[in-house]
Design a protein around this ligand. Structure first.
Ligand code: TXA
Ligand code: MG
Length: 323
């Protein structure tokens, strides 16, 4: 039996399987099995009222999971699935409360990774099943972008980790709420508002409505490394690093370009020069720098353009969540 078939069999038996997607690795469970879902929350240490995204083999499965699906959702699915876009829609009555956090909506996406798609087809292609899969990290920690990261985070609590190499995108999917009123982006991702706007015919606004469901990714203390992470205006990065070093601290710097000086207590790592590369490398770099146990990690604040929005969002949360 190959790994994908083994993974599908384990999932049918109610076990957890971690699998690669184009964004980050997911911790998968049978979305129709309440006990398997409970295992996800236990493995992650995640509060039970946080809803999970259901991953589907293709858009033809939408109607099994959602009702009152707007035309816009079909157009977006046709344009961007498989891809890094999660659609929030009105839930089908059959969807478990454990998936939706008891809300009347459900998050759905078709991930763009060959192994994930193989697994989804083998698991749910004919039965109509889907996989609930949050990012495969402990709650509040940095999302994993390699199989090795998943092992570090969750180790024994998963039956199998499918290794699909490093994730191409590197940060989590864009979450778009189409469940009521005007479309809104609840979580920015590398699929940006302009691209969505071209298909929708209007550029979606950011942030939830006041009565909107809670998104755990919108908690400030999220995506955080253990080491204190501080954001610094790019032009002041070198001066700030020098000050910290002069005060006897061990400093890690994530930036592009490199600092123009060396110091025995300074570690520099390259950040991507453009948003795609930055997102691709971000979580892996944060893990590397975190493992050095420096006193702090300094990162340059990205430019205030839309293209950097998702990266800036994750950095802000990492800074807010670190001590
Ligand atoms: O890229 C991704 O989306 C990755 C990969 C594995 O697909 N998954 C991911 O899942 O980031 P997770 O659970 O770490 O984050 C999903 C976010 C959470 O913040 C959750 O609150 C939100 O999606 N969410 C899920 N269902 C929702 C719903 N019905 N309404 C509002 N937010 C929802
Ligand atoms: Mg997550």
């Amino acid at each position: 039996m190959n790994d994908v078939s083994r993974a599908a069999a384990l999932l049918r038996a109610g076990e957890l399987v971690a699998f690669p997607t184009e964004t980050v690795y997911g911790l998968g469970a049978d979305a129709r099995n309440a006990q398997a879902i409970a295992r996800i929350f236990a493995a992650k240490g995640r509060p039970a009222d946080h809803p999970l995204i259901v991953h589907l083999p293709d858009a033809s499965h939408l109607d099994r999971w959602a009702v009152d699906i707007p035309e816009a959702a079909r157009r977006l699915a046709a344009a961007f699935w498989p891809g890094p876009l999660t659609l929030i829609l009105k839930r089908h009555a059959d969807v478990l409360d454990a998936i939706t956090g008891g809300q009347d909506t459900v998050g759905l996406r078709v991930p763009n990774h060959p192994l994930a798609l193989q697994l989804l087809r083998e698991f749910g292609g004919t039965s109509g099943g889907g996989l609930a899969a949050p990012s495969a990290n402990r709650f509040g920690h940095v999302s994993p972008t390699t199989a090795e990261h998943v092992r570090e985070e969750l180790g024994d609590s998963v039956a199998l980790i499918l290794d699909g190499g490093p994730c191409a995108v590197g940060i989590e999917s864009t979450i778009l709420d189409l469940s009521a009123g005007e479309p809104r982006i609840l979580r920015p991702g590398m699929l940006d508002a302009a691209a969505i706007g071209k298909v929708l015919g209007l550029v979606p606004a950011f942030g939830g409505r006041s009565d909107a469901p809670r998104v755990s990714g919108s908690l400030e203390a999220h995506y955080a490394p253990h080491t204190s992470l501080q954001l610094v205006v790019a032009a002041e990065l070198a001066a700030r690093a020098r000050r910290e070093l002069a005060a006897g601290r061990r400093v890690a710097v994530l930036s592009s370009p490199p600092l123009d000086f060396d110091h025995e207590n300074l570690v520099w790592r390259a950040a991507g020069a453009d948003p795609d590369q930055f997102a691709h490398d971000l979580y892996a770099r944060l893990r590397e720098l975190d493992a050095l146990a420096c006193d702090l990690i300094l990162v340059a604040i990205p430019p205030p353009d839309d293209a950097w929005r998702a990266v800036a969002d994750r950095l802000r949360r990492a800074a807010a969540g670190s001590k």
